[in-house]
Design a protein around this ligand. Sequence first.
Ligand SMILES: CC(C)(COP(=O)(O)OP(=O)(O)OC[C@H]1O[C@@H](n2cnc3c(N)ncnc32)[C@H](O)[C@@H]1OP(=O)(O)O)[C@@H](O)C(=O)NCCC(=O)NCCS
Length: 307
Amino acid sequence: MSGFELRPMRPGDREGVAELICLSTNYWYRAHGHPLIFPGGPQTTALFFDVYHALEGSAGLVAQDQRTGFLLGSCFYHLRPTHVSLGIMNVHPNHFGRGVARALLDPTIGLAQARAKPLRLASSALNLDSFSLYTRAGFVPRCIFQDLILPVPADGLPHPVPPEIHPATLADVGAMAALELEISHIRRDSDYRHFIENPEGIWHVSVWTGPQGMLEGFLVSCGHPGSNLLGPGVARTQEQAAGLILAELDQHRGRSPVFLVPAECADLVGRLYAWGARNCELHFCQVRGAFSPFRGVAMPTFMPESG
Ligand SMILES: CC(C)(COP(=O)(O)OP(=O)(O)OC[C@H]1O[C@@H](n2cnc3c(N)ncnc32)[C@H](O)[C@@H]1OP(=O)(O)O)[C@@H](O)C(=O)NCCC(=O)NCCS
């Protein structure tokens, strides 16, 4: 390693990491002709530090210049019962190509290997820098997601939310975690407890309850200037996924949330286009280690990283 060292993220890094996430991500997207991901500036990207330090089993790493103390890179990781996932990875643009990201990635690979668990993340199909970082490190792209953006009118979309959908309560956490395990083969009860308890006041969770009171799907959404995303969520069918998306979009009237759906779910994608959704990016589900195909509709997100 040349001229920098890795260390755990500390409370005093909050502002520096927020600056780094904002600068690095916006720089990359602007340099490649895309709109800014974080137009609200670094005060909005402190959200990543805050949420990743509030969720059980999540932590961050930074790369620091040994001479100046400057933060060169950061990433987050999440230890979950079934897997490890990697949160947003950023390197300062002045230091791209020096091996900073690979150095930050290696300890998380080590954590996953030591636990004999797969390591999962979502990586942009438009970003060869991150795609290459992960595939060179042994990740395999397993599934393609379409990122869609949909402007929600101030008085809501003109489509009824199915009556099977209700806001989630803490009593749903076990069934949500079990359903995700069945569909996506990952489990994270404490994340769902956090979203429903909603200490930050930014989360909303809908559930689809079937005829015998069985949970058939759920979807979380986040409404914050640093992250206006739907997800994570799963559903047994594309129709249930569409209903859950509609219910969560309704929580974001007057805004334009982004959400990810499996590209292979053609009926769902067709319905979303008919509602006015537009493609804004593509992501791969990347897994290093064991992977079983999804057995339903998986709707991941980046905040928090849900693989
Ligand atoms: C993506 C990003 C984190 C990469 O950081 P970096 O420090 O420049 O990456 P590294 O120098 O560690 O290089 C990563 C690896 O990719 C390889 N690589 C880069 N471009 C490649 C290409 N086109 N083909 C093959 N390999 C390539 C490098 O050789 C290196 O592999 P190695 O370690 O086996 O030699 C950085 O560009 C960034 O912060 N971008 C903006 C934010 C972002 O996109 N984050 C990722 C999404 S969360």
